[in-house]
Design a protein around this ligand. Structure first.
Ligand code: NDP
Length: 279
């Protein structure tokens, strides 16, 4: 029998997740269906419960429901607890397991697809929202020489950094305090690119050979990647690889088999020499 999965979001019609999971299912010979479900902004829990009642086995969760999914889950994985947000649900009777695969997806894209090891690197994470929160623990696990979290609201960056009270814990600051510092990897986890904006970054942020990574993906690049290119970052990458790898991690949780993300990325990647050539 075909097992049903979906992504809940609002808006959700732009989501690439149905295409990604259809490709994974074909690759791994899994009999699943996967649809995008537009949940009302005040109707997320009701949408989840009716999907479960109709036989749904699991779901992805996107903007703006990740925090609500965190509260709705009856059990949480350790990485979802650390992230404070859930992007993947697994249904088992009345039990709802909440997971967060965003950070793992980012790290797999960096290490596997982009061959960018984190160990010993100076890493700058821009933003302190849900996506940044999910990235901190896996970045620290990869043993960077330093991890700096910079955010518009400095208090929010400090809160995030203080949540990781262990060796190699990150430091936190505002954008102005970045002047005079340079990094091997700069990850944009702000939503500024969504509005066509750029955090107020100082010049000379990108060390020689550095990688600039924008979690957002958009045909034709993003303001952050355009800035990084002008500022001399050696390589530019958008978040399409992260999107595919976080989906692969969810597929693994649901089906017990990990799909290969590379062919699916190639299928989705528009011909964009500006980004592709510098990955
Ligand atoms: P949140 O709303 O949780 O956080 C937004 C963050 O962006 C905050 O740190 C906020 O700062 C900052 N911000 C917003 N506008 C500006 C601006 N104009 N200048 C500077 N900082 C700004 O969003 P998410 O963390 O959920 O998402 C962040 C990005 O990551 C989005 O672009 C999203 O599309 C992308 N993403 C990509 C994924 C992928 O698979 N590729 C997965 C998940 C997210 P402040 O705290 O000061 O308000």
């Amino acid at each position: 029998m075909t097992d049903r999965y979906c992504v809940f979001g609002n808006p959700v019609s732009h989501s690439k997740s149905p295409a990604i999971h259809a490709a994974f299912a074909a690759q791994c010979r899994q009999d699943i269906s996967y649809q995008a479900i537009l949940a009302a902004r005040d109707g997320f829990a009701a949408s989840v419960h009716s999907f479960v009642a109709a036989g749904g086995r699991g779901a992805n969760v996107t903007i703006p429901f990740k925090e609500e999914a965190y509260r709705l889950a009856t059990r949480l994985t350790a990485r979802a607890q650390l992230a404070g947000a859930v992007n993947t649900l697994l249904f088992d009777g009345a039990d709802i397991l909440g997971d967060n695969t965003d950070g793992a997806g980012l790290l797999r894209d960096l290490s596997l697809n982009l061959a960018c090891p984190i160990a010993g690197k100076r890493v700058l994470l821009l933003g302190a929202g849900g996506a940044a929160r999910g990235a901190v623990a896996p970045l620290l696990d990869a043993a960077p020489a330093a991890l700096v979290i910079a955010n518009r609201s400095v208090a929010r960056a400090r809160d995030l950094a203080q949540g990781f009270g262990r060796s190699g814990s990150p430091s936190a600051c505002g954008y102005r305090a970045l002047a005079g510092q340079s990094f091997d990897l700069v990850i944009n986890a702000t939503s500024a690119s969504l509005a066509g904006e750029l955090p107020p970054l100082p010049a000379a942020l990108f060390a020689s050979g550095s990688l600039a990574y924008d979690m957002m993906y958009a045909d034709g690049g993003t303001p952050f990647l355009a800035f990084a290119g002008e500022q001399g970052a050696a390589r530019l990458a958008d978040g399409l690889g992260m999107l595919v790898e976080q989906a692969a991690e969810a597929f693994l949780l649901w089906r017990g088999v990990r799909p290969d993300g590379a062919p699916v990325m190639a299928m989705l990647r528009p011909i964009d020499p500006g980004i592709a050539a510098r990955r």
